[in-house]
Design a protein around this ligand. Structure first.
Ligand code: DGY
Length: 327
């Protein structure tokens, strides 16, 4: 079909195959890196559609650069805080995301961080590799138990719920915040509370809200001060949900016990002082990073894009208003 699409970085083959099957021209950024601003603006010019990533800023200028024939930008991520939805709707461009396929994988990673921080797994590994370990010691690397403690889930959407489900095996008490009650979490005995109560009572606080104006710096100095000095904070959602400078301060002064971070306020840069701390585990935005899940995300993003190009309603359309504007 005479479609001309651009893919902003190499993605799993499963997604590229779908695009090649349905489009005349599929151009992929040949380098495995984020395009510079100028490169992105030039690359999207005169495309029918673009498959983009959470590291691409899709603002009004990018959408304008794509030109009037552009039907859709398919974001290969569940989060779409990198896209100006209002501008896309105004320009009649569909925006899609990849919900569902990364839920369990991201929930697994939140648990990996929780266990790693509480049981000092990364610190222990770093120490072992130095060759300084002289054998078992009764006071070495004492951490915190995870089982039978209280887990606080901020945001009981798909991923938050999947994290909560896993807590049953650990015999944990479960608290959550969400504008709406969660049937599934309620059924396993969770209690819906306000954020301050959750922060005061939880041993582990894990963030699973989308990033928007309401959740920017949701966890700042005041909220960190409410947490127990023995508590750990986990973030696999989006970095700016935490005021990272305030978190560094709280960790440095041991006002909370630890943090496990997959996402950062200014990726890829950590806040000053963060990586010098030994009570934080920092990994490079790996939430959905398994072979199977990334292949599913690429497939889903490609299918969304192809549907939009064919004039169909893509299965994971985010800016639904665009349909009203088109009809
Ligand atoms: C998403 O899809 O939003 C994730 O952050 C990708 O890993």
């Amino acid at each position: 079909m005479p479609f001309n699409v651009y893919v902003t970085r190499r993605i799993p083959e499963a997604g590229l195959e779908i695009l090649r099957r349905h489009c005349d021209r599929v151009e992929v950024n040949p380098e495995d890196r984020v395009l510079s601003r100028d490169e992105l603006l030039a690359a999207v010019r005169d495309r029918d559609g673009v498959l983009c990533l959470l590291t691409d800023t899709i603002d009004d200028e990018t959408l304008a650069a794509a030109g009037p024939r552009c039907r859709a930008f398919a974001n290969m991520a569940v989060g779409y805080n990198n896209v100006d939805l209002a501008a896309a709707t105004r320009r009649g461009i569909m925006i899609t995301n990849t919900p569902g396929v990364l839920t369990e994988t991201t929930a697994d990673l939140a648990w990996a961080l929780m266990l790693a921080v509480a049981r000092r797994v990364v610190e222990g590994d770093r120490f072992f590799r130095t060759g300084r370990w002289t054998g078992w010691g009764p006071m070495q690397f004492l951490g915190h138990d995870v089982h039978k403690t209280t887990l606080g889930i901020v945001g009981a959407g798909r991923i938050g719920t999947a994290v909560g489900r896993r807590s049953v095996g650990f015999g944990m008490r479960l608290l959550y915040t969400d504008p709406h009650p969660s049937g599934e979490l309620d059924r396993i005995g969770a209690r819906r509370v306000d954020l301050d109560t959750l922060l005061r009572e939880s041993d582990f606080v894990t963030l699973h809200v989308a990033l928007n104006e309401r959740t920017h710096h949701l966890i700042g100095r005041r909220e960190l001060a409410l947490m127990k000095p023995t508590a750990c904070l986990i973030n696999t959602a989006r970095g700016p949900i935490i005021d990272e400078a305030a978190l560094v301060e709280a960790l440095r002064e041991r006002r909370i016990a630890g943090a496990g971070l997959d996402v950062y306020e200014n990726e890829p840069e950590p806040a000053p002082g963060l990586v010098e701390l030994d009570n934080v585990v920092c990994i490079p935005h790996l939430g959905s990073a398994t072979e199977a899940t990334r292949a599913k995300m690429a497939t889903m993003a490609a299918e969304n894009l192809v549907a939009a190009l064919r004039g169909e309603r893509p299965p994971n359309l985010v800016n639904l208003d665009v349909l009203a504007a088109q009809s």
